[in-house]
Design a protein around this ligand. Sequence first.
Ligand code: ADP
Length: 400
Amino acid sequence: MLLLDAPHLYDRPGNIYLDDKGQDWHDNHLRFGALCVAAAKVAVEGIKRRKPDIVHAHDWQAGLTPLLIKMADAKKPPRCVTTIHNIAFQGLFHWSIKDTFSIPNKYFTSEGAEYWGNLSFLKAGLVFGDKITTVSPTYARELLTPEFGMGLEGVLQARGEDFSGIVNGIDLKAWNPSTDPQLETNYNLKSLGRKKENRAAIAKRFGLEEKSKGPLFCVVSRLTEQKGLDLLLEVLPDLVGRGAQLALLGSGSKSLEAGYLDAARRFPGQVGVEIGYDENLSHLMQGGSDAILVPSRFEPCGLTQLYGLRYGTIPVVARTGGLADTVIDANEETIAAKAATGIQFDPVTADALRIAIVRTCDLFDQPKVWNSIIRNAMQYPVGWDQSAPEYRALYETLLS
Ligand code: ADP
């Protein structure tokens, strides 16, 4: 592993993308541009007599790399893959920044790294990468449409077969209900009853009534428009009315934070909210909740539903992107075939979400069916066993 040691760019408080006011760092073009310059230099010149065959650039932060490699005009340059994890983040900067990176005008065109007069780091990666991937097949299809492509759909359409989707996996060691140290009690398929003890721990932490008979839903999420959590706020009275509870861990939009804190006051004992980012707590929430809600308007892959599957915490998800690809909706056929792993809904509206929550509660009230869905979920493959060979195949195509 190589690290770029540049404290003047990276050694600061706050988050790697945002300053303490939640704004993009004013010099993000330099912070991530420097990373691209260093990566391109190593890629073209090699280091310690080793040269990479393939450079894999992730998101806009690494997007300039394929262009910088092209600009180096090397004899046998490495091949490049660009992966889009979320097209909402494009790394758009004033056109003059092109001179900071000595990008010649021939690459700063509408067929190149220029985006309506600005410099787009992500577009540079999409145009100059040899292959492009995103993190699920459904999101790949969605990105070709104006509704999801956020202005880059034409660029992706032009790449044809070079653009595909490979679903993400999760770390099966870090996320394992039978060994997870953050759980109150560990459990596996044979000791599902112990999940209850984790639910009790969540109830204590979030101030929820322990005797409740309905399911405990959880949310672990950034609180943003993308995640559709404004819709959940709208249908919370129905969720509580149906005898269910909600524990939410998240941070982001101030109005959503305020909305959820207010909901916790309006439904004491039924709705519990913690504003913040707490990885340890997120494990306990996966371990002790009955279901996890992911009502995203778009979701490139999504990780929380994958953790939910692994922990037998049934994902209730919008039918979009990676959520559509990784959750199998419970209906008569899928339940009979022992395939059902969760609940999907569309369109992404408050009404459809309300119906999905009611469906979940109805299934929860049938312990035999609910337990079979938990079993299917926990056995559904969510590691890298499927996806790693797909990346390998992609790399091999590039090298052949
Ligand atoms: P996105 O990358 O769009 O935020 P994902 O579902 O792909 O959504 O990944 C989010 C990751 O961040 C998951 O691992 C989730 O558990 C974690 N996460 C999100 N919000 C919180 C939080 N408030 N506390 C702890 N972990 C969180």
